[in-house]
Design a protein around this ligand. Structure first.
Ligand SMILES: NC(=O)c1ccc[n+]([C@@H]2O[C@H](COP(=O)([O-])OP(=O)(O)OC[C@H]3O[C@@H](n4cnc5c(N)ncnc54)[C@H](O)[C@@H]3O)[C@@H](O)[C@H]2O)c1
Ligand SMILES: O=C(O)CC[C@H](O)C(=O)O
Length: 333
């Protein structure tokens, strides 16, 4: 069997981590033959809860889990890690604005970027889940200059999964028969869930989602809005933000980054923009990507409708505004 790799989950005492840690430790991300040393990072007031999580992980009796390192010190938490799930951040509650999160959370990602820079493996794969995820990933990478910025990503996989679930339900097919739906831009209500390159497996043949649905008004209206507003709908219902589905999406994202995407399939990830598809450069923008040998590549030359173009511009503008806000918060500290 392989040597164990070190994987860190921040916000380890929180609600997303409660589902995520179990999935990782079962081998669902890095494989059933890959032993793990799990680092659990949280903040001092959560030490008691963290102890309980450590007890439960032990009681799960998971063969791949070789050691658990609970800590409140980022330098210990990020030491020699190969993969980092950055979940720890304040979630939005009912009545809160996204702006309230930005100022509280970007400071966390500055500190964590600096710690990753000092002690993580230089090929560490970093997935930012904590909101505002795209801008937090940007901040984190900026404070970790010795790690290639391609190694930082933000999670829009939950939005992709939500989009796929909507289409599967609309067409009455299993979710595994839907692929290549795209999430463009920010993990926020300006994101653009795009079904125009989506495929659906019917009678062993991949067909266009657009043709199978046959209702453009739905695909540009209720479909887009449902996916954009799903996070808020879950908060409205649970009074807490999505957790089980966020943990599953984080596993899917890191799994595909680690293992690659199947030929003909792409997935959406927030990554540093090179200006592809007319997006603003140097923000973390969600694109369709293909992955090989742990390297992602933006899928090129996909057509964009006029409607799609306007949606990409809107979400790109929001990301530039967030970036400016984040920089002014960090400059004033
Ligand atoms: N990208 C997505 O699709 C997506 C989906 C759902 C939730 N989220 C975001 O994920 C984040 C976590 O959500 P949750 O429901 O698990 O929240 P939670 O409040 O249950 O848990 C957050 C944990 O992070 C810890 N934490 C705070 N500051 C920290 C720091 N500096 N270092 C380490 N840990 C720290 C807290 O103590 C807490 O234990 C939120 O920002 C939420 O909005 C993102
Ligand atoms: O804060 C929000 O708007 C939603 C929380 C989370 O990002 C989600 O998508 O479920």
């Amino acid at each position: 069997m392989a040597e164990p790799i070190r994987v860190v989950v921040t916000g380890a005492a929180g609600q997303i981590a409660y589902s995520l840690l179990y999935m990782i430790a079962r081998g669902e991300v890095f494989g059933k033959d890959q032993p793990l040393i799990l680092h659990l990072l949280d903040i001092p007031p959560m030490v008691g809860v963290l102890e309980g999580v450590v007890m439960e992980l032990s009681d799960c009796a998971l063969p791949l889990l070789r050691k658990v390192v609970p800590t409140t010190d980022p330098l210990e938490g990020f030491k020699d890690v190969s993969a980092a799930f950055l979940v720890g951040a304040m979630p939005r509650k009912e009545g809160m604005e996204r702006k309230d999160l930005l100022s509280a959370n970007v400071k966390i990602f500055k500190v964590q970027g600096e710690a990753l820079d000092k002690v993580a493996k230089k090929d560490v794969k970093v997935l930012v889940v904590g909101n505002p995820a795209n801008t937090n990933a940007l901040v984190c990478a900026n404070y970790a200059p010795s790690i290639p910025r391609e190694n930082f990503s933000a999670m829009t996989r939950l939005d992709q999964n939500r989009a796929a679930a909507q289409i599967a339900s609309k067409l009455g097919v299993p979710i595994s028969n839907v692929k290549n739906l795209i999430i463009w831009g920010n993990h926020s209500s300006t994101q653009y869930p795009d079904a125009s390159h989506g495929k659906i497996l019917i009678n062993n043949e991949w067909k266009d989602v657009v043709d199978a649905v046959g209702d453009n008004a739905y695909l540009e209206g209720p479909f887009v809005e449902t996916v954009q507003k799903r996070g808020a709908a879950v908060i409205g219902a649970r009074k807490m933000s999505s957790a089980m589905s966020a943990a599953k999406a984080a596993c899917d994202h890191m799994h595909d980054w680690w293992n690659g995407t199947a030929p003909g399939k792409f997935v959406s990830m927030g990554v540093f923009s090179d200006g592809s598809y007319g997006s603003p450069k140097d923000v973390v923008f969600s694109f369709p990507v293909e992955i090989k040998n742990k390297q992602w590549k933006i899928v090129e030359n996909l057509g964009l409708s006029t409607f799609g173009r306007s949606k990409l511009d809107l979400t790109g503008k929001e990301l530039e505004e967030e970036k400016n806000e984040a920089m002014s918060v960090l400059d004033s500290n």
